[in-house]
Design a protein around this ligand. Structure first.
Ligand SMILES: Nc1nc2c(c(=O)[nH]1)N[C@H]1C(S)=C(S)[C@@H](COP(=O)(O)O)O[C@H]1N2
Ligand SMILES: [Mo]
Length: 406
């Protein structure tokens, strides 16, 4: 077997991450042979996800958490949602991985090996909230096409890497730079190598923030295959579509990046509120930047039953894009009255904040517990759906759980 085939198999296996163990005799596999483990993939095994994760699509793979799975302070891989626009790369070789800087605003194009990046620049670790712009889409009416995310397309893992700003300073960019666009190694669904599944990015000012990382580790280990191994752009607080996985190229642009899914209704919303179902001209659509304030009750699981006289302890997280969360309130009477939760400050900027409350429920019966967060600018989550938009983005309506007292 030649080295390329070996690398390809190693890549297919995501260096054995798919079978979660070594493939003994891997080098003996016949050329072109597809192991059984890949023929009828069990996505939970393949991506090392908990069985309670919900598969929304298998081509491409899209999987979300349920609220109660997200109770950990730092999201472990097994509960992290997967959002793919194309096919996971089949050939990944950390040893030969490079990151190229190009585009009309780069002083002169430059390439780093992954090893160079790790060696040359200081490492930083941050917990960063990544929420898909379409999280909550399933609730919009008229419905919006796309993955019908409920509440589980959000995570806050701990990412380790080098600061994009440090690398950009080393690369050198012209004064006219306005945007940094990414290219990843995933394949377009058509398998046409000239088409990109997605190529988005961020304005220079966001790229230059301390927390914007070129990450090579998640939760202290190599980034899992589905989440961008071996290198990923991580941009906390903005739609997770700006955090390019399997990153191999960054392009420095003197205009807003015009890669795949930067235009039309992709990751864009009407600049001004429109009536539900209304057609919106391209020129009246704006790119989503910082995500809106939101919270999630992660404990207990909705449907919990407690005994009369017992207190209900709730817990959850709140986040607010580029801003911090000032407070979280809860309601047990469908939003008529609100009481404060206790809210911890963030471990670092752009990490979600944890809240909790111990609630007395007056008598036997059915209740709904609602949570509502407020950001440092005084924006609060709406109790019902926020502004309708063609693709169903930015649903930050209050989350609620059902509880019975018996
Ligand atoms: N290369 C690449 N990067 C990507 C995507 C993709 O399809 N390809 N999907 C984006 C979108 S829309 C989201 S919400 C996040 C999801 O990240 P996760 O799968 O690690 O949770 O990755 C973003 N980065
Ligand atoms: Mo997304």
């Amino acid at each position: 077997m030649n080295r390329r085939d070996f690398t390809k198999k190693a890549g297919l296996a995501g260096i054995s991450s798919i079978v979660a163990t070594d493939i003994v005799f891997r080098e003996m596999m016949p050329k072109g042979y597809v192991p059984l483990a890949f023929q009828d993939p069990d996505p939970f095994k393949m991506f090392q996800k908990d069985q309670q994760m919900v598969v929304l699509n298998d081509r491409p793979w899209n999987m979300e958490a349920q609220a109660h799975l997200l109770n950990d302070a730092v999201t472990p891989n097994k509960y992290m949602f997967i959002r793919n626009n194309g096919l996971i790369p089949e050939e990944l070789d950390e040893a030969t991985w490079t990151l190229t800087f190009e585009g009309e605003s780069v002083k002169s194009s430059k390439q780093y090996s992954l090893a160079d990046l790790k060696k040359k620049f200081k490492h930083h670790t941050y917990q960063l909230t990544l929420e898909c712009g379409g999280n909550g889409r399933s609730e919009f009416d008229p419905p919006a096409k796309g993955n019908q995310w409920t509440v589980g397309a959000v995570s806050c893992a701990e990412w380790t890497g080098v600061r994009l700003k440090d690398v950009l300073a080393d690369v050198g960019f012209k004064e006219d730079t306005v945007y940094v666009g990414y290219y990843g190694a995933d394949l377009h669904l058509s398998r046409n190598p000239n088409k990109h599944p997605i190529s988005r990015g961020v304005p220079l000012h966001k790229a230059m923030e301390d927390e914007t990382l070129l990450a090579f580790q998640m939760n202290g280990e190599d980034i899992p295959l589905a989440h961008g191994y071996p290198l990923r752009l991580v941009v906390g607080g903005w739609p997770a579509s700006t955090s390019g996985k399997w990153l191999h190229t960054l392009t420095l642009r003197n205009q807003v990046h015009d890669g795949e899914k930067m235009q039309g209704s992709s990751y864009r919303v009407p600049c001004e509120t429109v009536a539900p179902g209304e057609k919106v001209a391209d020129a009246d659509m704006c790119i989503i930047e910082s995500m809106p304030v939101k919270s999630l009750i992660t404990g207990p699981k909705t449907g919990a039953v407690i005994n009369e006289g017992q207190r209900l302890d709730i817990s959850g997280h709140a986040w607010a894009g580029d801003l911090a969360v000032k407070g979280v309130d809860y309601s047990i009477d469908f939003g008529s009255t609100w009481q404060p939760c206790s809210v911890a400050s963030a471990v670092n900027r752009l990490a979600w904040q944890h809240f909790k409350a111990s609630i007395e429920l007056p008598k036997k019966g059915y209740y709904e517990i609602w949570a509502r967060a407020e950001d440092t600018k005084g924006n609060r989550q709406p109790m019902v759906l926020p502004g309708w938009n063609p693709k169903g983005y930015l649903n930050n309506a209050c989350h609620r759980i059902a509880v019975k007292v018996v």
